[in-house]
Design a protein around this ligand. Structure first.
Ligand SMILES: [Fe+2]
Ligand SMILES: [Fe+2]
Length: 496
């Protein structure tokens, strides 16, 4: 899943926080504003009732109570009053009798008379918001209006109450507008804050970060330090400095690793070369003890390399076959001299003992974990196996014989035929070719034979270079060695 960018995360977090904060602020302001509005309308209702009270008292004192309707209508119009009712208290009724316009006392008015405190009922969610106020008239000697001058009551007695209902639409409209403006201002502020923050993130984090990544890559590739002065904030300047230190260490370590690696490769090559030379020398030692034709080991090595290469085997296999081929007859070191060096034909029993050089060679080499020696073990074991299953020691057939064994098996015989032995002359190349062709699919893998014959000139050149006719062992090419036991050759046959 694609991870969010710094800008996305910042926008989400900031928007969530700001919207929550704006909602909370708006709610708090709205509640406070409502409380304030309630106080304002209560004060207005109280003020209006005081005017009514003063006006009615003035009418009464002037003896013009019959004109009070005009006065009340004027007050109603001037102060958005829906309704005015005057409630007379029991004391006033007792003294003057009940009035014409006065209203009966309801439960709320009774409460006002009892508690002598005003009561308000505010409806600010209706279609037309209103406040109903019942304000008591309390007899007092204070001020210009000495109530006790006319009313025969004790001071503090509730004489009556004004019950008015005011239309407060204008306050609600004003409050709504203020809240609306507040909301729009909040949204605008949120937008500004988010835009400013995003711009800050872009300019001070995202851009320098991308620039730093690119510059760090270039610095690493071109071995040139990042310039910390390019960054306008302290943090990025410090990171740039750290990257330079880091790159310097990495580059220094790389150089060191390169040198160490080079030394290791050289050491490894040295070890491999030493092993190859040792293996080859062992092959030569065996060659000399067996009194093989001179340079047989060298030629088998080079023939094997050439055949494996022309077959298209991987380079590592070619190298392994060539390195291991010298040991193909190493098992002969375990064959007694009287058999190995016996001039003349071997008995059946001696021949069987001679064949055992494959198993001896294998057991000499099989314990090793080295690739060259493991390959040599396979070759030593299988170089006398034949494609048609008539070879030894196991009588393996076809591709059950390891390719290393098939290759060395073929070039070993090829060299034996081309070499002069004490019991036979060196065969001419065309006769060798004819014989190998004949044995294709019998003794030898036909595919290998094809490749050898296609490149026979190159093989012959190797033979010439390393003198296939140049020397002769005293007891060379015993049948077991040549791998052609019992095979009649065009110009002679191998001894058994
Ligand atoms: Fe050989
Ligand atoms: Fe052999």
């Amino acid at each position: 899943m694609l991870k969010p960018s710094i800008k996305t995360v910042t926008t989400k977090k900031l928007l969530t926080f700001l919207i929550l904060a704006a909602v909370m602020m708006t709610v708090v302001i709205a509640f406070n504003f409502r409380a304030l509005s309630h106080n304002i309308v209560k004060n207005e209702a109280t003020a209006v009732s005081e005017i009514i009270k003063a006006g009615l008292t003035a009418h009464m004192k002037a003896g013009i109570m019959d004109k009070r309707d005009y006065f009340l209508n004027e007050i109603k119009t001037a102060h958005d009053i829906n309704r005015i009712a005057i409630i007379r208290g029991p004391a006033v009724n007792r003294q003057f009798g009940s009035g014409r316009l006065e209203k009966e006392m309801g439960p709320l008015a009774e409460k006002v008379f009892r508690t002598r405190t005003p009561e308000f009922i505010i409806d600010d969610f209706g279609a037309t918001p209103t406040i109903r106020a019942i304000i008591p008239y309390i007899a007092s000697m204070q001020g210009g209006l000495n109530c006790l001058g006319c009313h025969k009551v004790e001071e503090g007695t509730v004489l009556g109450a004004v019950d008015i209902e005011l239309d407060v639409t204008k306050y609600r409209t004003m409050a709504s507008w203020i809240l609306m403006v507040l909301l729009v201002a909040s949204l605008a502020l949120i937008l500004l804050i988010v835009m400013n923050t995003l711009r800050t993130v872009q300019v001070y984090i995202k851009d320098p970060l991308e620039s730093l990544i690119e510059r760090a890559r270039v610095a690493y590739e071109k071995h040139k330090p990042v310039n910390p002065e390019r960054f306008s904030t302290l943090e990025f300047e410090n990171v740039a400095k750290e990257i330079n230190l880091f790159n310097r260490d990495i580059i220094a370590n790389q150089e060191l690793l390169k040198q160490l690696n080079h030394s290791l490769v050289e050491l490894n090559n040295e070890i491999e070369d030493t092993l190859r030379e040792t293996v080859f020398t062992m092959g030569v030692i065996e060659e000399q003890r067996s009194k093989e034709t001179k340079n047989h080991t060298r030629r088998v090595t080079e023939y094997s390399r050439l055949l494996a290469s022309r077959l298209g085997l991987p380079e590592r296999d070619v190298e392994l076959i060539a390195s291991a081929a010298p040991l193909h007859d190493i098992g002969k070191l375990g064959i007694p001299d009287e058999i190995l060096l016996k001039p003349g034909k071997l008995s059946e029993k001696e021949f069987e003992a001679m064949q055992n050089h494959t198993a001896i060679g294998y057991s000499m080499l099989a314990h090793s974990e080295r690739d060259i020696l493991k390959a040599a073990a396979v070759i030593a074991h299988q170089h006398h196996e034949k494609w048609d299953g008539t070879g030894y020691p196991w009588g393996l057939q076809g591709e059950d014989i390891h390719i290393y064994g098939r290759i060395v098996g073929l070039v070993d015989v090829f060299d034996a035929l081309l070499s002069r032995r004490h019991y036979k002359a060196a065969w001419p190349l065309d006769e060798v070719v004819a014989w190998i062709k004949k044995e294709s699919g019998r003794h030898f893998d036909p595919a290998l034979v094809d490749v050898l014959l296609e490149n026979v000139d190159e093989f012959a050149a190797i033979g010439a270079r390393y003198g296939s006719n140049g020397g002769e062992g005293e007891n060379s090419a015993k049948a077991a060695d040549a791998g052609a036991a019992g095979v009649s050759a065009p110009t002679g046959s191998f001894q058994k």
